[in-house]
Design a protein around this ligand. Sequence first.
Ligand code: 5AD
Ligand code: SF4
Length: 490
Amino acid sequence: MNNSITNVINKKPDNDAEELQIIRQCTGIAKELVADRSKAAGRALTYHVTTFGCQMNARDSEKLAGILEECGYIREEDELDADIVIYNTCTVRDNANQKFFGHLGSIGAIKKKRPDMIIGVCGCLAQEESAREKILSSFSFVDLVFGTHNVFDFARLLVRVLTRDVTKGKGSTVTDIWDDTDLIVEDIPVKRNFKYRSGVNIMFGCNNFCSYCIVPYVRGRERSRKSADIIDEIKRLSADGVKEIMLLGQNVNSYGRGLEEKISFAQLLKKVEEIDGIERIRFMTSHPKDLSDELIDVMAASKKICRHIHLPLQSGSTRILKSMNRHYTKEQYVELASKIRERICDIAITTDIIIGYPGETDADIDDTIDVIEKVGFDGAFTFIYSKRTGTPAASMPDQVPENVVKRNFDRVLKKVQEMSMTQAMKNEGRIMDVLVEDVNRQDTSLLTGRLSNNMNVHFPGDPSLIGQIVDVKLDECKGFYYMGTLKEEK
Ligand code: 5AD
Ligand code: SF4
């Protein structure tokens, strides 16, 4: 490898600006390397990014795709045909890990037939030490492994992969895992999945250490982006036709902590509201312990903030919540939800619930069911507790037997479905604002759109309406979605 390339890929940045400079140099080098390979192959080289997990990962994948396109790769829909495939992984529950390893095994057979194919694994699973060891020992055909803290550094990793010495065989996997980072690099190219909506990171990491959760260990400490950078990004998105944005963070309600400027999440929302062209604002995820009255006020007064809040409950039992390190009681949660419902009419409240946390009894499940009834959730994700090595809950006694968990899970799920159906029925027959997102995949005579409260509606219409906000009558509630008819264009 030539010396100047070695110097660039080994350079350690002291600050965000220096890192950006290194990234730009690496992008230039990667572009030349990709062009050379493309010339040799007699065709353009292709990429595919496969995303698992949450909206944060989806946004990171858009950044990876942006960098790959900047370096000269073009998008390939079929993962198996691409010249480079990046798996952006999730490790929040163990079944996700097992599924991913199964999938990776089958990719090994493809790689045998196409040895030039480059396979990369990044994201939360790669950041977790034991899972990473497994990739390196059992799936040695993987070419690149990196974590959650250096997505912005991907151009440099690409150069390393494209210039590495494959004759080293088993040890040739390029591995670059950072334990944490203070760097927040702006101006990374992004290839959005949707024209009219986009996620926007407002913060990274999580400081809460809920006792079951692996996220703080794989996503690092909480860091907020400067509000000016967030606003600039949203203005650019708006100029590019984006109408709906989703502000992303593990705990958006603590936005601003640690920044030099004094700013709360509610104040950030007010600034975002002023941006012309942005018609809908969503955010994810809110921790109940940090949700302020100021936020409720700003939401109630806003014309753009969607009538939806995702407010993870996890458990309705105060005893379990304490053990989970959630910092609120059953009563506080119910009171908060009722305050939100009183102040913001038509708001949908959705939640996450874990069933089978260590020590959970039937009485605890009764409490969870009681909260589901009292709050009347519009939707809930129910998860079976998954033991994550290294978290405090993993070593707690009284892990709940599988058959008990299954029984309790069914009880909770039944109640959740009952309540969300009751809530959804309330809007049947109403005319509501819908952002038209796409042509319906199953029936192409229909369009699919999203209500402010995050429910989907399918209705007959012309694809030219995609990206517009229209009035739709919700004719029939089908539980998780509605069938509707278009009323008029706005
Ligand atoms: N087991 C089951 N569910 C979990 N979650 C986080 N960690 C675990 C775990 N160990 C759920 C929580 C969180 C959602 C993103 O994933 O409900 O809100
Ligand atoms: Fe995990 Fe709790 Fe942080 Fe959410 S708030 S990512 S559940 S530690």
